[in-house]
Design a protein around this ligand. Structure first.
Ligand SMILES: Nc1ncnc2c1ncn2[C@@H]1O[C@H](COP(=O)(O)OP(=O)(O)OP(=O)(O)O)[C@@H](O)[C@H]1O
Ligand SMILES: [Mg+2]
Length: 253
């Protein structure tokens, strides 16, 4: 059974063409599915439906075989621990008035996932996994660079030991060299914690580097879906060819 499956997903906002139109894909455990498409193609709308943050107009999201729609609040709360999201803007996602230690500890406290006495050690462990050290704990988000802030977001996303992480353009606001470092971190963490990723991006090289399979989105519709190597070497759709042509080859790692 795939860890995540979306079936005939539709999201229609009033007075506009559907933002997401009949999209179906699945993600196996331990796999990275790249969701790629230009701005406005519906990527974040899919991410929000997968996270249960917005309701689909129709269609289903199944996490580990369980439909997310219509789930009782208690069950949803339980499920929330198993899926996390990291957003594009590494600053907006962090509360500027909170110290890093509290930001990373917050999900643990909310979900009562760690005894108070063990919090500091747990936060330290999470920061280390994301490539930061204990000196980060007492500082505030504005004292960090974009890449470091994204590391803080990643540490926080890891706190509840999720199975699936939705990465909604986590590298797009970063310089190419910093983005490559974070991409490498994501790969290492995937191995270390047996993570499954839905990796959203408009950059073909990044998707190519991280994803085993790719879904190409155009105006809310999935126009291509398959193996990364196959799609990148022989794209079927003219739209995919345009995406590939628009992004120069960059070396990562
Ligand atoms: N709450 C909303 N109300 C109305 N329309 C919306 C809403 N949210 C998104 N849309 C529309 O849905 C479409 C898809 O938006 P979405 O944010 O999913 O695109 P995206 O692929 O994530 O783009 P980007 O690469 O810029 O992040 C857009 O046309 C957008 O204007
Ligand atoms: Mg988006």
């Amino acid at each position: 059974m795939p860890l995540l499956e979306v079936r005939h997903l539709v999201k229609a906002y009033e007075g506009a063409a559907p933002a997401v139109n009949d999209v179906s894909f699945s993600i196996e455990r331990g796999e990275t599915l790249g969701l790629v498409g230009e701005s406005g193609s519906g990527k974040s709308t899919i991410a929000r439906m997968v996270m249960g943050l917005i309701e689909p107009t129709s269609g289903d999201v199944l996490f580990d075989g369980q439909p997310l729609t219509g789930l009782a609040p208690r069950k949803m709360r339980h499920l929330r621990r198993r899926l996390q999201i990291v957003f594009q803007d590494p600053y907006a996602a962090l509360n500027p008035r909170m110290r890093v230690a509290d930001i990373v500890a917050e999900p643990l406290i909310i979900h009562r996932a760690c005894p108070r006495a063990g919090l500091r050690a747990k936060v330290s462990e999470l920061l280390r996994a994301a490539g930061l050290d204990d000196s980060a704990m007492a500082r505030f988000p504005h004292e960090f660079s974009g890449g470091q802030r994204q590391r803080i977001n990643i540490a926080r996303a890891l706190a509840l030991r999720p199975e699936l992480i939705v990465l909604d353009e986590p590298l797009s606001a970063l310089d190419v060299s910093v983005a490559a470092q974070i991409a490498n971190l994501l790969r290492e963490l995937q191995r270390e914690f047996s993570l499954t990723y839905l990796f959203i991006s408009h950059s073909m090289p990044m998707v190519r580097y991280l994803a085993t399979r790719i879904a190409v989105l155009h105006n809310g519709r999935m126009v291509e879906y398959g193996d990364t190597a196959q799609i990148c070497s022989a794209p079927r759709e003219p739209y995919t060819q345009t995406l590939l042509a628009a992004t120069p080859e960059i070396r990562i790692g």
